[in-house]
Structures are given as structure tokens and as C-alpha cells.
Ligand binder design. Structure first.
Ligand code: HEC
Length: 141
């Protein structure tokens, strides 16, 4: 009788841990906002897709920013993007209400999304964002 109970317990435990394992390995992202809260890694590698998934919810799809529950600066026509290390640093470390994407994005993803923002929305800073630069910002903290 006791053995049966212990066995049943083990089966339940096994089922639970399998399920937990599944959700980690699938890399599934339940919702935009869950992304920002957890250590979920983004799967997009393309700057445009990363912008749409990660940045647009605050900076708006047209990068005009906005005010509402807070102030979100426009990234459109923003001359602070001229020196790439500034936006790289913002995405890597965050500042105030802007979250850090250090854990959620690889160096390549940060370079891609910053490169995208610097060459769209009325910005034309075409010098590429190098992986070396992103790496240096990552290690600087
Ligand atoms: C949760 C909302 C949120 C998300 C998501 C977000 N940001 Fe921000 N971002 C902000 C806020 C708020 C500020 C202003 C922070 C401050 O004033 O200190 C900001 C500031 C910035 C700045 C500095 C702008 C300036 O004029 O100084 C850059 C660059 C930037 N964000 C880029 C991005 C990029 C690229 C992404 C996507 C990878 C992103 N942000 C995602 C909220 C967000």
C-alpha cells in the first residue's frame, strides 16, 4: 500500500518536471510582457522583427514614442542615435523605466536591433554596429 503511494508520488513528480523541461526547451514566449519580466531569450535575429517584438510596445511601431502611463522617448529622428554606443548601452543596461535586455538578447541581436533603429524612422546612421562594440559594452558593466 505504502509503495503504491510513493510510486504515485514519483509519477506525479516526473510528470511535473517533464512539463517544466518542455516549456524551457521549446523557447516558447507566452506574451510580449512575459518577455520583459523573465529571463526569456528572444528568438528573433532580424532587427526589424526584434524591434516589432521588443521595442514597439513602448516606443511605438512608428518609433514616435509617446506619453501615457509614462514617457517613452521617440527613437524616430533622434540624433542621440548618431553614436552607436549610446543606443547599444541603453538596450544592454536599460535606464530608469527602460528595461535591460542584457539577459534576453545576444550581442548579435542587440547589434541587429540597434542597427535597424539607426537606419529607419528617419535616422540614417549607416555605419554598422559591430559585435565587438556590443561585447565591449556588455563587459564594461
Ligand atoms: C518597457 C518599455 C520599453 C521598452 C520595451 C524599450 N524601451 Fe527604450 N526606453 C524606454 C524609456 C521609458 C526610455 C527613457 C529612459 C530614460 O529617460 O531614462 C527609453 C529610452 C531609450 C533610448 C534612449 C533615447 C533617448 O533619446 O535618450 C533608446 C535608444 C531606446 N530606449 C531604445 C530601445 C530599443 C532599441 C528597444 C528595443 C530593444 C527599447 N528601447 C525597448 C522604454 C522602453
Amino acid at each position: 500500500m505504502k509503495t503504491k503511494i510513493i510510486l504515485a508520488g514519483l509519477i506525479v513528480l516526473a510528470a511535473v518536471s517533464t512539463r517544466a523541461g518542455d516549456s524551457v526547451s521549446s523557447g516558447g514566449i507566452p506574451s510580449k510582457h512575459a518577455n520583459l519580466m523573465g529571463p526569456t531569450h528572444f528568438t528573433e535575429t532580424d532587427g526589424e522583427k526584434l524591434y516589432a517584438t521588443v521595442c514597439a510596445s513602448c516606443h511605438m511601431p512608428n518609433a514616435m514614442g509617446g506619453t501615457g502611463a509614462g514617457f517613452y522617448p521617440a527613437l524616430a529622428k533622434n540624433d542621440k542615435l548618431a553614436v552607436s554606443s549610446y543606443p547599444v548601452m541603453m538596450v544592454m543596461n536599460g535606464r530608469g523605466p527602460m528595461p535591460s535586455f542584457r539577459e534576453a538578447m545576444s550581442d548579435a541581436q542587440i547589434a541587429a536591433v540597434v542597427g535597424y533603429v539607426r537606419t529607419h524612422f528617419g535616422n540614417s546612421y549607416t555605419d554598422p554596429v559591430s559585435l565587438d562594440e556590443v561585447k565591449q559594452v556588455r563587459e564594461a558593466k
